[in-house]
Design a protein around this ligand. Structure first.
Ligand code: SF4
Length: 343
């Protein structure tokens, strides 16, 4: 099954460092939004970590500085990305933008801030050569992205592990929802495997972790990483709102409302919604253990390890991305031991 935005025909790519920067808003300006994971050379090599910047932020910085003609939208959801943005050299200044993502969950404040940021982002996109969108154009792209997200959310009950991670990553790359056809229920797919959730920061679908878990006898039935299922709530129910958009209720306001209602992330204060979102799915999918995955130096996720253990009462394995690759064997052994202990 493929829901495709392949008719997208633009060469002007805009890489975003957070799934909460609305791709449909960028697309409505005639530009191609893509997750920063798809930026040329992203993740190819990681230098020594300096100035307290995690590898994800460091790679984002490199993408902004070295790729040919990249436009990169950073976000303020953590200090490390903010620092990476501050470190960008002057040459990339007109092609980079810092989107202020509200961390408070107070609806009135958040909506106002997000709305203002959409306006600023729109101006930046026009500066890149984008078009000023009409309400009709915005409605079209909001609808397309909403349908793709809904399709992927529904598929979370049918697809597991790397397959599902790839499908969601592809959506963040080109807006499409493509999944292998299957009518095999999740229950039958996971028979004989240990049901795991992977929760945490940005995790590439090409990361060896997916195979390490499968080889150990585990099956990832919940992908709660940054670009995984957790990122797909945005845009829920938006199309109706756009169809009724009027001069009194200008269309970007509904994007702001959607962020307020559907953002689920570790940086939110308080971040109770993250725990509620996880609790519902951990229960429904009968998860036996949690793999908490984060980049080395990511304080936001590190701080949640103990709370997650206590709140969910499930065994939890905390893994930090190995920057040198020398710890791959150790990671494999730890995953094997974790899965064995659960069976
Ligand atoms: S991985 Fe953690 S430290 Fe790095 S940018 Fe994301 S939230 Fe920030």
């Amino acid at each position: 099954m493929v829901i495709s935005n392949s008719h997208i025909n633009t060469s002007a790519e805009v890489f975003v460092a957070s799934p909460w920067i609305p791709a449909e808003w960028i697309r409505a300006h005639g530009l191609q939004p893509r997750a920063i994971l798809f930026a040329p050379g992203f993740g190819a090599e990681v230098g020594p970590l300096g100035a307290g910047i995690c590898a994800f932020a460091q790679n984002s910085l490199r993408a902004a500085e070295t790729a040919a003609q990249p436009a990169v939208v950073f976000s303020t959801h953590c200090d490390q990305l903010r620092r990476a943005f501050d470190a960008i050299g002057p040459g990339a200044g007109t092609r980079t933008f810092l989107f202020n993502i509200p961390v408070t969950t107070r609806a009135s404040v958040t909506e106002k801030l997000f709305h203002a940021e959409l306006g600023r982002l729109g101006k930046f996109l026009l500066g890149l050569g984008g078009r000023n969108p009409t309400a009709k154009v915005v409605a079209r792209w909001v609808d397309e992205f909403s349908v793709a997200r809904r399709c992927l959310r529904d598929a979370a009950n049918l697809h597991v592990g790397r397959d599902y991670a790839r499908a969601v990553a592809r959506f963040h790359g080109d807006g499409s929802a493509g999944l292998p056809l299957t009518d095999l229920p999740l229950e039958r797919k996971v028979t004989g495997s240990t049901r795991l959730a992977v929760v945490g920061g940005p995790l590439s679908p090409d990361d060896p972790l997916w195979d390490q878990i499968e080889d150990a006898g585990g099956c990832v039935v919940l992908n709660g990483t940054e670009w995984g299922e957790r990122s797909l709530g945005f845009g829920t129910g938006l199309h109706d709102a756009y169809e009724t958009a009027s001069a009194e209720a200008p269309f970007p306001a509904t994007l702001s409302q959607s962020f307020v209602e559907h953002c689920v992330d570790v940086f939110q204060r308080p971040n109770q919604r993250l725990y509620d979102w996880l609790a519902e799915r951990l229960r429904a999918r009968r998860v036996q253990g949690i793999v908490l995955w984060s980049y080395f130096g990511c304080d936001l996720w590190r701080a949640e390890a103990q709370t997650m253990r206590e709140k969910f009462g499930l065994p939890l394995l905390w893994l930090e991305a190995d920057e040198s690759g020398s710890g791959a064997e150790r990671q494999t052994n730890r995953i094997q031991a974790f899965v064995e202990a659960l069976t």
